[in-house]
Design a binder for this molecule. Structure first.
Ligand SMILES: O=c1ccn([C@@H]2O[C@H](COP(=O)(O)O)[C@@H](O)[C@H]2O)c(=O)[nH]1
Length: 234
């Protein structure tokens, strides 16, 4: 899908980061009038498994299964095969060449997104990886590598969105977590941006969890974010 064709209701991928699958299903029921894309991550998948994914799909919404796989190639390929025919749109692996190649080789029709550098990482954590360069350098290097292998898209912070679009073009999906409306708590995120900034700089989809989940009025929070996105797109 061309980035300009993405419906506003799919621009936010709401991270269903809750421990109780019943709470997750209730959130899907409550929010699926305004959000049509949900992310199932490690906590919820371990707690609720496939029935949660099936519930989202039954609602006619899209699913990002965000398990950030990282293992030997054979294991990754066989794991991704398990995701086939379940209505999943995106799934994630770490942005390391052999892992991405294995996920692509599973050939499921699911779009594979490679996590470049976690948005909770800053310069200090990248230095600890013994990488001689900035966070931007590492994100760009990993994105270039995985896209060169045929990966469908990347997960990065919106802080790198403009750099990646400038260097690597438009022809890949860019999903950005670490989104914080102005004034929102950062929690454990380091590389953050507002929804408007992320879209203006070239992100296709914004992963947002706690700012919506913990809002006094989640629907009002979603409306405000969608207004910011629509303004950035105008
Ligand atoms: O680099 C990454 C990759 C994935 N995530 C996931 O996104 C959400 C963010 O939730 P917030 O509550 O909006 O911080 C969460 O599920 C992470 O696992 C990420 O944050 N950074």
């Amino acid at each position: 899908m061309n980035a300009t064709d993405i419906p506003l209701e799919e621009r936010i991928i709401f991270a269903l980061d809750v421990a109780d699958p019943r709470e997750a299903l209730a959130l899907v029921d409550q929010l699926s009038g305004s959000i049509r894309f949900f992310k199932v991550g490690l906590q919820l998948f371990f707690a609720g498994g496939w029935p949660v994914v099936e519930h989202i799909v039954r609602k006619g919404c899209k699913v990002m299964l965000d398990l950030k796989l990282y293992d030997i190639p054979a294991t990754v390929q066989l794991a991704v095969r398990q995701f086939a025919d379940r209505g999943i749109t995106f799934t994630t692996v770490h942005g390391y060449g052999p892992v991405v190649e294995a996920a692509l080789a599973a050939d499921t029709g699911i779009q594979i997104l490679a996590v470049t550098v976690l948005t909770s990482f800053g310069a200090e954590q990248v230095n600890e990886l013994q990488f001689q360069g900035s966070v931007d350098d590492l994100v760009l290097r990993r994105a270039e590598t995985v896209l060169g292998l045929g990966c469908h898209g990347v997960v990065c912070s919106a802080r790198e969105a403009m750099l990646l679009r400038g260097q690597l073009g438009q022809d890949f999906v860019m999903v950005t977590p670490g989104i914080r409306p102005a004034g929102a708590a950062l929690n454990d995120q380091q590389r953050v941006a507002t929804p408007g900034r992320a879209i203006a700089d070239g992100a296709d989809y914004l992963v947002i969890g706690r700012p919506i989940r913990d809002a006094a009025d989640p629907e009002a929070c979603i409306r405000a974010i969608q207004h910011e996105i629509a303004t950035a797109l105008a």
